[in-house]
Every structure is written in structure tokens, then in C-alpha cells.
Write a protein that binds this ligand. Structure first.
Ligand code: ADP
Ligand code: ASP
Ligand code: MG
Length: 412
């Protein structure tokens, strides 16, 4: 069972979480619980490290930002004990959950579950602090924002859990963000591939790495609400209650062409005008960006008519925008472009569905519908199961709503 920040936002919420855990424990399940920090707490901790020094030691950042989960793990253990449920808290290093050395965005390398499993078999509930592990340097390492989802899936895989229930502030995964489209529909089932695309293309709900891990390790992940009355839910959650099961594609009977729409406003566009159209130019642009650890997402390059000059457009995250501009300016001579233009006022809207593999025309319909709303498309990328378009950020909600209706996703 994993509980996110809004589910453990204060004492009353943690008490309700304890009742969810008690329900599962008293119905005979062995239960490991992963908790996030109280909502907003991690943001505050991150802000403090930045206020102290904008550029700081990533190991000390981890020491600070991992603190929120220590608080909620302890509080939930107390709440459970208060209900008469045997429970104890575990910090990452106590389990231990081992990670690589990438402080701030560490990957879990190994979980030693021997002690934990011994306690579970005695009926003790394990309350594990999410988002954290211990690095090869023996220091606390965090898994990147939203990382408690990954802690939960990794732990479920390591102990061979039957289920991994992700409790959040919404009762499942929807066709799109319900905050933007009020006719969004909850999906009963969603394939790992589609969830992976939704998460990487902007839908929050699950951290991308947790979905990768669930897919590779075959962990059945069930997204459900912690706001339901804990004692009104049947114990066998995945069968009896409301939520979304993330599963293998062949477990999904009812297949539609498009499953969901995702969006991300965390995009910035950089265009290089009048670049020489010759071998080595793309390498001269993207090589230095890669060296600076800047991820490039969409790339569009035109073929020039006479083989002399062309335009090159690409996107990076908002956070990397300033740095990317600087890197490109520095390699100006090598690249040989005339002007660089950039904008952070852009958004990426994506249409996702495994049905696209075998269905032609999805992209054409998308472009027509956006054109009918006078939404200009700045760049396009596609894969087998998704289409993404880059548009002006001001049009994000309109584009999401338009595409949601276009593909018949609105609830009746
Ligand atoms: P937690 O704190 O439990 O980890 P998150 O805030 O990370 O929760 O994720 C849940 C939120 O994700 C929801 O409140 C919802 O607004 C947002 N969200 C975005 N896209 C979707 C979607 N397609 N389906 C469900 N929720 C979505
Ligand atoms: N507390 C961490 C964060 O806010 C991890 C998580 O909530 O999953 O990013
Ligand atoms: Mg989350």
C-alpha cells in the first residue's frame, strides 16, 4: 500500500490511512506500506536548500529533502499502534534500500528484504519511508520528485507482493487530467505501455520510473483513492473496489484506438534560423547539449530546397531553457546559425493509445481538429502509440478538451 502526499497531509488524514491499513491487515494480508511526505512538505524542504545556496552539494540536498518521509513513516506507525495494529517504521537505510550514486535522482539497485519479511511473517506491518534509499557512499539518496511511487513498486517486486495499491487523491487514472476536462472518464484498466506514455508525457499520477519498473517486474499496480471510507471498502481492493488496474495489454478486453490525452506545460522551444544544411550540424548542436546533461525532446529540421540553409527547432524542459540557450550561444561558431529564437510559452499535448498501432488516420484527425480551433502546431513527434504536438501554452486546455471529445473519451 502506498500513500501519496495529499493522503498523509495532516494528522486526521494519517489516521484515515491507518484505518485503510488496518482493514487489509485484519483481513489476513501481510502489509508493507510506503508513505510520501505530507503534501507541500518536500517543496518547502527543496526551497530551503535553494535559499541556502542555489548551487549546493547534492548529498546534503538529499539529507534535507528525505526528512519529510521520516516524519510520516513514524506518525503512521504511531497511528497504527494506537489502533492496536503491530507496526514499525523503516527508513531507507534501515531496510536497506540500496541505490546508485546519483544523488537527487538515484535509482534503486537492490532491496534486502530478509529482516523486513521476517517481521511481516510475524504479522507486523512495515511502514517504509518512500523516496529514499542509501547510496554506495553510505549516505541518504533520494529517487527524484514523485519517487515514492517507485519505492512502492520496487518494494512490492522485492517482497513478491500480490498487489501494489497506490492510494492517491483521485480514484484512479483518468482519460485525461480531470482538473482540465470535467468530462474525463476513469479507466478500469490501462496497459503498462500506455501508462508509461501518459506519465512521461505529463500525467502526474505515477512517477515514470515506477511504471517502467512495474512493467519489467510484472507488478500489478492498482491506483485508487485514499479518501474513500476505509471501512466501507471490501478488503480485496483490486477485485472489489473502484480504481484503475495497470496491467499487461492482453488483459484488456475492451480496446479503443485512443486511451488518453496528456499535456505538459514544462516545455521550452529553441529555434535556430538559417543553419547550414550540411553533415555534422545536428551533432554540433546536440553534442554540447548532451555534455551539459540537457535532455532534448522534440526535434524538427527542414530539408532546404537548394541544400544551403535550413531551420532547426527543438524543445527542452523549462528548467533547462536558460542553460540550453547559453550552450547554443557558446557553440555558435561551430554550428553557424544566423539567429536563435526561443520561447517558454509552449506546451506539449499528446494523444496516447495502443490501438494506434493498427489504425491509420489518428494523426490526420488530430491536426484537422486543432486547425478547426485555430490552434497552430509548432512541432510534431510520433511513436507507434502516441502523437505529440507542440502548441502555444495559452491553448493547452482548449487543445486537450478538443482532442478528448474528438476521440470519444468524454463520459456520457
Ligand atoms: P500523490 O500525492 O498521491 O502522489 P499526485 O499529485 O502525484 O498524487 O498525482 C495525483 C494527481 O494527478 C491527481 O490529483 C490529478 O489531478 C493528477 N492527474 C493528472 N493527469 C491525470 C490522469 N490522467 N488521471 C488521474 N489523475 C491525473
Ligand atoms: N515527497 C516526495 C516528493 O514530493 C516523493 C513523493 O511524494 O513521491 O517528490
Ligand atoms: Mg505522486
Amino acid at each position: 500500500m502506498k500513500f501519496g502526499g495529499t493522503s498523509v497531509a495532516d494528522i486526521d488524514h494519517i489516521r484515515r490511512v491507518a484505518r485503510h491499513v488496518r482493514r487489509e491487515a485484519t483481513s489476513g494480508h501481510q502489509v508493507a506500506v510506503v508513505v510520501s511526505a505530507m503534501a507541500g512538505n518536500t517543496n518547502q524542504l527543496v526551497a530551503w536548500t535553494r535559499d541556502m545556496a542555489p548551487l549546493h552539494d547534492a548529498r546534503e540536498y538529499d539529507t534535507v529533502v528525505a526528512a519529510g518521509e521520516q516524519v510520516t513513516a513514524g506518525l503512521l506507525a504511531i497511528a497504527l499502534q494506537d489502533l492496536g495494529v503491530d507496526a514499525r517504521s523503516w527508513l531507507g537505510w534501515q531496510v536497506p534500500i540500496r541505490t546508485d550514486a546519483a544523488h537527487g535522482a538515484a535509482r534503486i539497485t537492490d532491496i534486502d528484504t530478509a529482516t523486513l519479511e521476517e517481521r511481516l511473517s510475524r504479522g507486523q506491518v512495515a511502514v517504509v519511508a518512500g523516496f529514499q534509499g542509501v547510496g554506495p557512499d553510505n549516505r541518504i539518496a533520494t529517487l527524484g520528485r514523485g519517487g515514492s511511487d517507485t519505492s512502492a513498486v520496487a518494494l512490492a517486486a522485492a517482497i513478491g507482493a500480490d498487489r501494489c495499491d497506490i492510494y492517491t487523491d483521485i480514484d484512479g487514472v483518468y482519460t485525461t487530467d480531470p482538473r482540465v476536462v470535467d468530462t474525463a472518464r476513469r479507466l478500469d484498466r490501462l496497459s503498462h505501455e500506455e501508462m508509461l506514455e501518459m506519465a512521461s508525457l505529463g500525467a502526474k499520477v505515477l512517477q515514470v520510473r515506477s511504471v517502467e519498473l512495474a512493467m519489467v517486474q510484472g507488478v500489478r499496480t492498482f491506483v485508487r483513492s485514499s479518501f474513500d471510507d476505509p471501512d466501507q471498502t471490501a478488503p480485496d481492493g483490486a477485485n472489489a473496489s473502484v480504481g484503475t488496474l495497470i496491467c499487461d495489454e492482453d488483459e484488456i478486453m475492451e480496446k479503443s484506438v485512443v486511451t488518453g490525452i496528456a499535456y505538459s506545460r514544462d516545455e521550452a522551444q529553441i529555434s535556430l534560423r538559417r543553419v547550414a544544411d550540411k553533415p555534422g550540424v545536428a551533432a554540433a548542436v546536440f553534442g554540447p547539449l548532451a555534455e551539459a546533461n540537457i535532455n532534448v525532446d522534440m526535434i524538427v529540421q527542414n530539408v532546404s530546397e537548394d541544400g544551403t540553409l535550413t531551420d532547426l527547432t527543438f524543445t527542452v524542459t523549462n528548467a533547462d531553457y536558460e542553460r540550453a540557450c547559453k550552450v547554443i550561444e557558446e557553440s555558435r561558431e561551430q554550428v553557424g546559425y544566423e539567429v536563435m529564437q526561443g520561447s517558454t510559452g509552449v506546451a506539449k499535448v499528446s494523444v496516447i493509445g495502443v490501438g494506434m498501432r493498427s489504425h491509420a488516420g489518428v494523426a490526420a484527425e488530430c491536426f484537422q481538429a486543432l486547425a478547426a480551433e485555430k490552434i497552430n502546431i509548432r512541432a510534431i513527434t510520433t511513436s507507434e502509440i502516441k502523437i505529440s504536438v507542440l502548441i502555444d501554452a495559452d491553448h493547452t486546455n482548449l487543445a486537450v478538451r478538443t482532442l478528448h471529445s474528438l476521440y470519444g473519451l468524454d463520459k456520457n
